[in-house]
Design a protein around this ligand. Sequence first.
Ligand code: FUB
Length: 326
Amino acid sequence: MAETKRNEPIVTHIYTADPSAHVFEGKLYIYPSHDLDHEMVSNDNGDQYDMEDYHVISMEGEGAPAVDHGEALHLRDVPWASKQMWAPDAAYKNGIYYLFFPARDKDGIFRIGVATSESPAGPFKPEPNYIPGSFSIDPAVLVDDDEKAYIYFGGLWGGQLEKWQTGTFNPDGAEPPASEPAYGPRVAELSDDMLTFKEAPQEISIVDENGHPILAGDEDRRYFEGPWMHKYNGRYYLSYSTGSTHKIVYAVGDNPKGPFVFKGTILTPVIGWTTHHSIVQFQDKWYLFYHDSSLSGGADNKRSVKFTELKYNPDGTIRTIDPYNN
Ligand code: FUB
């Protein structure tokens, strides 16, 4: 196994994407999507992202080899799911590891499921049904310092978030006009056993420095998909992909449910259409995990997880990272 280097794929024997990185049991554990090595035509519905399982990858640290722990969960073992196992996240609470993952149900509607394991490397045993009341994609879970856990989720276009604005699935649901507030990601506190929502998900408000909502037409700043929540100096940092403008950006607040004030760009566009990340503190450094399609020569659906160091300015803002020059 090769040593891991900044800005290079952490593994090359499989394609990986959408990395959710955590420190568990003193090691870095990465929960990525597992992109399949098959030819697909790209479309706005994301049909090219036709993944069927998850592998968990761990690293003792920067420079150490990345270890693929093998298949941690497969579509065939999830009774409610039909296809497209997209970006997952993991959390630890109650002495149990939880894997949260989106997939389409038997009606083709994205839902979010949960699976459990005694080990951060899996294998994970799925619950028989998706989380009641769940919808859309890209779950990210924060277990806060007071042990309350929050799940963040939602993604436009293939992720179907715009189809849920009335509270039920509307196949004709569309994005708002450019001059209206953008749709925000959703957040819900999780139940103590982490298997259900404790409350109905609520929409997160992302505002500019004057308190005005970020508008749907502001594609450099509006929420698209891939939420991640981390804390730095006691403040809550919501970061996400802008989708059509291919940036990872962030907004900061003082409450896990927001509102969040837009601050700036964390990662400029990568090779490939999607961009998706996580942020984790490990030992004395902060790391950005991200993906790009360089290893596959630019194929949108064949991505590779990479990492680099993330740095803060003294005022708590994050320094923008150029994935190809940092
Ligand atoms: O990997 C499939 C989808 O692509 C993810 O759910 C999105 O965040 C985007 O990375």
